[in-house]
Design a protein. Structure first.
Length: 202
């Protein structure tokens, strides 16, 4: 992963704070979560919490960074798998992001409000993450070209456009409309469209 804001490192105490804060934010939402409640969940004084994070928005940013880093690390494992074809890797990518997103948004959760707040407050995080996803997708496609599985590469603009078509599976704004099986079937179908194009010489 290139050096970026996504490579921010946190101490053990900070990571403990983020783990608890993430659970509270997802359950109650950003608006209804307070610094006092996060501190109470940790059996920590509010003053001590403020030594680590200046405010609630600062905690939200750090929670987002940790979640996005974990997602990118998981996708990197898919890219690095030695015994899978490029097509299978693209399918694995689609299955991973669609399942992760569907589970995150299912049940009694306020994740939509949290994501909306984070996206508006820190758009640079979203842009940086999207660039990383495009880079990882490009790696898989180039692997397919190298092993003769695919007949053509994609330009950066084409990879970006393809990634945008998969964004529905990374952000859970429509998850409530579909079962997990339906959501993953749509993700798999999106990958099929791409691989058909990649296998074509035209």
């Amino acid at each position: 992963m290139p050096q970026s804001i996504l490579n921010t490192q946190y101490s053990t105490v900070q990571n403990d704070i983020l783990r608890v804060a993430t659970q509270r934010l997802i359950k109650y939402g950003y608006t209804k979560t307070t610094m006092c409640e996060i501190a109470s969940d940790l059996d920590m004084s509010t003053a001590n919490l403020y030594r680590h994070y200046a405010n609630k928005l600062d905690i939200l940013k750090a929670c987002a960074i940790c979640s996005l880093k974990e997602e990118l690390q998981d996708v990197q494992l898919i890219v690095d798998e030695q015994n899978e074809s490029a097509e299978r890797k693209l399918q694995a990518y689609a299955m991973y992001v669609s399942e992760k997103t569907h589970k995150l948004a299912s049940g009694d959760t306020q994740i939509l409000e949290v994501l909306n707040t984070a996206t508006k407050a820190y758009p640079e995080l979203i842009h940086a993450t999207n660039e990383q996803h495009c880079s990882l997708l490009a790696c898989i496609i180039e692997q397919g070209v190298t092993n003769k599985e695919f007949k053509r590469s994609l330009k950066a603009t084409e990879i970006s456009a393809f990634h945008m078509s998969l964004m529905i599976f990374r952000y859970p704004f429509l998850v409530h409309l579909y079962s997990l099986a339906e959501f993953q079937r749509m993700a798999k179908d999106s990958i099929k469209l791409l691989t058909v194009a990649l296998k074509s010489s035209q």
